[in-house]
Design a protein around this ligand. Structure first.
Ligand code: BGC
Length: 732
C-alpha cells in the first residue's frame, strides 16, 4: 500500500500513480479531496487558537495596515491591494509566519481588472453565457498576473427594482438567466485562476424602495424559487466562497442569519466552502440592533456561520477572549478556520510560487483583451426601437451630429466597480464614431450640449444648430457611472439633469435622432420615445465602448441582445416583472375593476427578452415532442427558426413554461431555456430546447420542493411575449 504521506509530498507522482492504480476519471478527484482533508487535519493540529482566528481575519489595505500582523500569522486574507509588488510583499510576509499559510488576496474583479468589460446586467442582455465565461476568464488572467487569487464576484443577486443601483452588477429579474450567467462567470473566473465569491447572500436585491442597504421581506417560497437558485448554480460551478449581505432579511440581518448561512448553505445544500462577510457587516450588527456591542456581534456572526470577517477586525479582537470566557466553543473557530484553509488547499495556494512583482504598475490592456471586450460590448447593446434610421449608411458625405454629455468621455462608459481601471485606456463614443465615420467618408460634428450631469442648458443652442445641419443625430445620454453601483439608488428613473429637455429639442429639429443610452438601469423616457429614429441601450459598455457603439450604429455588427428585465414606463410601476402571478381580475381595456392603473398603462414599455436586430426572423413548426413526460424525464421542444431578412443576424429563441393548475398560484410564464442562434439571410435551422421535468416544480411555504404532475403550457418565441404555444403533461 502506498503511504498517503509519501503521496502528499510528491503531488505530481501521486496523481500519476492514482491514475495508474485506479484508472482515469472518477476516482482521481476524490483521491485529491482525501488528500486535502488529510493535509488540513495535519495543519489544524499544529495551530494555536490565535493562528486559527488569524485565518478568519480579512484585512483591508487601509492606512495603518500592519505587515507585522501578517508575519505573526494573524491575517488570513487581504483586500484592496493594487499592484504586483505590494501583493508579492504581503504574500512574502505570510510565508514568513510560523506556519507559512498563504493569504487569500481578494479584489472586486467584477467586470475586468484593467481591461473593462460590460457589467453583469449587460452580460445578461447578451444571452450568451459563453461570452460571459470568456470575459470572466480574461479578467481573471489579468488579476492573477498581479498575484490576486480571489474575486468578490459574481453578484448573483436577482433584482426586480431598477431604483436599486446595484441592479447593474447582477443579471436582472429572471432566475433562469441568473443561474446560467452566474454559472458561466464562476466557470470563467476559475478557468482564469481566480477563486469566485457569490454575493450577496441573500435577497439583497429586494431592498425596500430600491434603497441600498434597506431591509427586505421575501417569502420562503420566493426566496427558494427565485432568489436562491442562481447562488446554488454558482456553487455547483465551484465557487469557493459566499459573501453575506449587508441588509436585514425577514427581520434578521443576513450577516447574522443562521438560517441562511448554516441552514441553507451547509445543511440544505451540503456546501463546504467558506463564508466571508461583506465590508464591516459584522460590526454593523450592532447598528442592526441584534448585538449589544462589538464582542457580541463577533460571537453572533460566527454562530450564524460567517467564517471570515471582512474589514471590521472584530473576530481578531474579540473571538479569543470569547473562547476563553466560554461564550464560543473553540470547535466553532476551528471549523471556520478549516473552511478557509480548505479553500486555500483546493486552490493550490500552498504549491504556488511566491508572486514576483517589481512594480505596482498594471500592464495595459492587450489587443486580445480589447477585442474580446469590444465583441462583448456590442453583443450587450439592445436595439429597442428602429424606424430604419439604423444602421447608418456610412455613405460618403453623411453628416452626423454627435450630442450628449456622455459622448465625449470614456470614464463613464466603464461604470462602477472598475477595479484597477485607467481611464486613458477607454474609447469614447466620439472617438469610436469619428474613427468609423472617417473610414466611410462621413463627418461627425460634436456639440455635447452639456456635461454628463447636464445641469445647464447653455450649450443646447449649439447642439441644436449642429443637429439642424446634420443628416442624422446621435445623442449619447444617460447616467454618469456614480448613479449606479453600490450606494447608487435612485428615486427617479428619468434622464438626470436637463437631458430630457436637450432630447426634446433635438427631436423638435425633425432630424432622425438615434438615442444611445449609457446607464445602469432602464430609463424613463416619456412620450419622446415614439419620436426617436432609434434607441440603443448600451448599459456601461467598458473599455471599448465607443468602438462597440460605432460597430452597432454602422451595422458592422448586428444587434443581438435582449432585455434581461422589464423596462417600466414610469418608476411608479416598479416592481414590474414578466413572471408575475395570475390575478382573478386580469387587465381588461375599459374595465376599471381589473388589474390596471387609472393614469398609466399596466404593461412595461419594453418586455423582458425583447430586442431587435437589423434582420427579421420567423419561428414556426413547434414540435412538442413527447406529450407525456415523467418527472425524471426531459421536456424537449423543437422549433424552426428562419432568417427572413436580408442581413445575417442572431436571434435568441426563448422557451417559457406555465403550470396552469397547481396547488399554489404559479407565474404566468417563466423562462426555462434559451438558445442564441446565428443565421445567414434566408437560412433556417431547427432548434431544440430542453428542460428537465425536475425543474418544473416549485417550493412550498414549508420549504419542500414539489413537481406536481399535470399539464404545462409551453410558449416559444423571441421575447417574453412568446406566442407559439402548446401543452405537455408531466406524469408521476
Ligand atoms: C460591497 C461588496 C464588495 C466589498 C469589498 C462592499 O461594500 O458591498 O460587494 O465586494 O465592499 O470591496
Amino acid at each position: 500500500m502506498i503511504s498517503p504521506r509519501f503521496l502528499r509530498s510528491m503531488p505530481l507522482l501521486a496523481s500519476l500513480l492514482v491514475v495508474l492504480l485506479v484508472g482515469p476519471g472518477r476516482a482521481a478527484p476524490s483521491a485529491r479531496a482525501a488528500d486535502v482533508e488529510a493535509r488540513l487535519d495535519a495543519l489544524i493540529a499544529r495551530m494555536t487558537l490565535e493562528e486559527k482566528i488569524g485565518q478568519l481575519h480579512l484585512a483591508p489595505n487601509n492606512p495603518g495596515f500592519d505587515m507585522g500582523e501578517v508575519r505573526a500569522g494573524h491575517v488570513g486574507g487581504v483586500l484592496a491591494f493594487t499592484g504586483a509588488r505590494s501583493v508579492a510583499a504581503v504574500q512574502q510576509a505570510a510565508r514568513e509566519s510560523r506556519l507559512g499559510i498563504p493569504l487569500l488576496v481578494g479584489l472586486d474583479v467584477l467586470h475586468g481588472l484593467r481591461t473593462m468589460f460590460p457589467l453583469g446586467l449587460g452580460e445578461a442582455a447578451s444571452f450568451d453565457p459563453d461570452l460571459a465565461r470568456r470575459a470572466a476568464e480574461a479578467a481573471a488572467r489579468e488579476a492573477v498576473a498581479l498575484g490576486f487569487n480571489w474575486t468578490f464576484a459574481p453578484m448573483a443577486d436577482l433584482s426586480r427594482d431598477p431604483r436599486w443601483g446595484r441592479i447593474i452588477e447582477g443579471f436582472g429579474e429572471d432566475t433562469h438567466l441568473g443561474e446560467v450567467l452566474t454559472r458561466a462567470r464562476v466557470e470563467g473566473f476559475r478557468a482564469g485562476g481566480l477563486a469566485a465569491t457569490l454575493k450577496h447572500f441573500a435577497g439583497y436585491g429586494a431592498a425596500q424602495g430600491g434603497r441600498d442597504y434597506d431591509a427586505a421581506e421575501i417569502s420562503v417560497r420566493d426566496l427558494l424559487d427565485s432568489y436562491l437558485p442562481p447562488f446554488r448554480a454558482g456553487l455547483s460551478a465551484g465557487a469557493e466562497s459566499v459573501m453575506s449581505a449587508f441588509h436585514s432579511l425577514n427581520g434578521v440581518p443576513a450577516s447574522a442569519s443562521h438560517m441562511l448561512l448554516t441552514g441553507i448553505l451547509r445543511e440544505r445544500w451540503s456546501w463546504d466552502g467558506f463564508v466571508v462577510s461583506d465590508w464591516a457587516a459584522i460590526e454593523q450588527l450592532v447598528d442592526h440592533g441584534v448585538a449589544a456591542d462589538h464582542a457580541g456581534a463577533a460571537v453572533r456572526a460566527l454562530a450564524a456561520g460567517i467564517d471570515m470577517d471582512m474589514a471590521s477586525g472584530l473576530y481578531r479582537r474579540h473571538l479569543a477572549p470569547a473562547v476563553r470566557a466560554g461564550l464560543v466553543p473553540e470547535a466553532a473557530v476551528t471549523e471556520a478556520a478549516r473552511r478557509v484553509i480548505r479553500a486555500k488547499l483546493r486552490m493550490g495556494l500552498f504549491e504556488q510560487p511566491l508572486p514576483v512583482g517589481a512594480t505596482d504598475d498594471v500592464p495595459p490592456p492587450t489587443e486580445a483583451a480589447r477585442a474580446l471586450s469590444r465583441q462583448l460590448a456590442r453583443d450587450t447593446m439592445v436595439l429597442l426601437r428602429n424606424d430604419g434610421t439604423l444602421p447608418l449608411t456610412g455613405r460618403a458625405g453623411t453628416r452626423i451630429a454627435l450630442v450628449g454629455g456622455l459622448a465625449g468621455g470614456a470614464a463613464d462608459l466603464v461604470g462602477p466597480h472598475a477595479a484597477l481601471v485607467r481611464h486613458e485606456d477607454g474609447v469614447s463614443v466620439r472617438q469610436g464614431l469619428e474613427a468609423r465615420a472617417a473610414r466611410a467618408g462621413a463627418t461627425v460634428a460634436f456639440a455635447p450640449g452639456c456635461d454628463a450631469l447636464c445641469a445647464s442648458t447653455e450649450g443646447f443652442a449649439a447642439a441644436v444648430e449642429a443637429a439642424r445641419a446634420a443628416d442624422v443625430v446621435v445623442a449619447v445620454l444617460g447616467e454618469s457611472q456614480d448613479f449606479s453601483g453600490e450606494g447608487g439608488s435612485r428615486a427617479y428613473l428619468t434622464l438626470p439633469g436637463q437631458q430630457p429637455e436637450l432630447l426634446r429639442r433635438l427631436v423638435e429639429t425633425g432630424k432622425p435622432v438615434v438615442l444611445v443610452l449609457v446607464a445602469g438601469r432602464p430609463i424613463e423616457l416619456g412620450p419622446v420615445v415614439d419620436r426617436l429614429g432609434a434607441l440603443v441601450m448600451a448599459w456601461f459598455p467598458g473599455t471599448e465602448g465607443g468602438h462597440a457603439a460605432a460597430d452597432i450604429l454602422f451595422g458592422d455588427a448586428e444587434p443581438s441582445a435582449k432585455l434581461p428585465l422589464s423596462w417600466p414606463r414610469t418608476v411608479g410601476q416598479v416592481p414590474l416583472v414578466y413572471d408575475r402571478a395570475p390575478t382573478g381580475r386580469p387587465a381588461q381595456p375599459g374595465n376599471r375593476y381589473t388589474l390596471r392603473y387609472v393614469d398609466e398603462e399596466v404593461t412595461p414599455l419594453f418586455r423582458f427578452g425583447f430586442g431587435l436586430g437589423y434582420t427579421t426572423f420567423a419561428l414556426a413548426g413547434l414540435d412538442l415532442g413527447e406529450a407525456r413526460i415523467p418527472r425524471s424525464g426531459t421536456v424537449e421542444i423543437g422549433v424552426e427558426l428562419a432568417n427572413t431578412g436580408t442581413r445575417p443576424g442572431r436571434e435568441v429563441v426563448q422557451l417559457y413554461v406555465r403550470q396552469p393548475v397547481a396547488s399554489s398560484t404559479r407565474p404566468l410564464r417563466q423562462l426555462k431555456a434559451f438558445e442564441k442562434v446565428a443565421l445567414a439571410p434566408g437560412e433556417r435551422r431547427r432548434v431544440t430546447l430542453r428542460v428537465p421535468a425536475a425543474e418544473l416544480g416549485f417550493h412550498r411555504e414549508d420549504g419542500s420542493y414539489v413537481v406536481e404532475p399535470g399539464p404545462r403550457e409551453v410558449f416559444v418565441g423571441t421575447s417574453s411575449e412568446a406566442a407559439l404555444s402548446g401543452r405537455v403533461e408531466i406524469t408521476d
